[in-house]
Write a protein that binds this ligand. Structure first.
Ligand code: NDP
Length: 255
């Protein structure tokens, strides 16, 4: 066995919430390249199916599953469907997320609730349903997508609900990790810096100074650049790691 064998995910089944675009799509493709079969679980079926078809066309194993993470009944249905079609879930990537920009004094109540419904409550529904099953099955790995926004306050845009929601994700990660370690379920978080996706319009000039020029590496990441980090957290390569927050941010949180 070589060190690279520890990253092998052959025969594993992974669910990626929000796996149909941006970071989730890149995570799904990375897990497939490491050998896993993946379920892309999101609301926009056409996008999920298009990504699944692309993966299958390149020789991987992927299915599209309808899921709104805010609905616990849909989460249960997703778990049953994936288990039936791909086998028991070994890896859960809680990636679905939502962010609004706006000053705190003007945040509409429904935006506050939307952000917490997806980023915290949705993540909780998925972690609890899949975690329960992992405990019954003897183990698994859960990766929650947190953010540098749990650790710093982003500029120049204000996003109070998002920042608070990601801090909750980091602490929930530690809480579940402590409780489920005896059950062989590892729970870690990945905290990315700025990554070019629909959520982070990194090329817009008004963001350049604070998002790019202020960062030690003075650049943003592509979603694909974070793929290896997910494979690390999902696989035996990180077998002694639980309750950790893996910060991958080009040094952004150093200043
Ligand atoms: P995108 O906006 O590009 O993608 C968001 C994804 O979440 C989509 O696949 C969307 O699919 C899915 N989603 C949203 N709401 C729901 C829901 N209710 N149920 C199921 N799926 C949902 O975002 P990113 O790829 O940029 O972000 C992915 C994760 O990474 C998020 O958690 C984000 O907070 C985090 N992150 C991103 C950073 C960045 O710079 N981009 C930096 C740090 C963290 P659909 O609409 O079809 O449901």
């Amino acid at each position: 066995m070589t060190v690279l064998d520890a990253f092998d995910l052959t025969g594993k089944t992974a669910v990626i919430t929000g796996g149909n675009t941006g970071l989730g799509e890149a995570f799904a493709k990375a897990l497939v390249e490491a050998g896993a079969g993946v379920a892309l679980a999101a609301r926009t079926r056409e996008r999920s199916e298009a990504v699944a078809e692309e993966i299958v066309a390149s020789g991987g194993n992927a299915i599209a599953v309808d899921l709104d993470v805010t609905d616990p009944a849909q989460v249960d249905g997703m778990l049953e469907g994936v288990t039936e079609r791909l086998g028991p879930v070994d890896i859960l990537v809680n990636n679905a997320g939502l962010c609004y920009h706006g000053p705190a004094a003007e945040v509409p109540l429904e935006e506050w609730h939307d952000v917490f419904d997806v980023n915290v409550h949705g993540l909780w529904h998925c972690a609890q349903a899949v975690g329960r099953r992992m405990i019954q099955n003897g183990g698994g790995t859960i990766i929650n997508i947190g953010s540098i926004s749990a650790m710093i306050v982003n500029r120049p845009q204000w996003q109070p609900a998002y920042n608070a929601s990601k801090a909750a994700v980091h602490q929930l990660t530690k809480s579940l990790a402590a409780e489920w370690a005896p059950h062989n379920v590892r729970v870690n978080a990945l905290a990315p810096g700025y990554v070019k996706t629909a959520m982070s319009p990194v090329d817009e000039p008004q963001f350049r100074r604070h998002w790019i020029e202020d960062a030690p590496m003075q650049r943003y990441s592509t979603p694909e650049e974070l793929g290896p980090s997910i494979v690390y957290l999902a696989s035996d390569a990180s077998s002694f790691m639980t309750g950790s927050i893996l910060v991958v941010d080009g040094g952004y949180t150093l200043f």
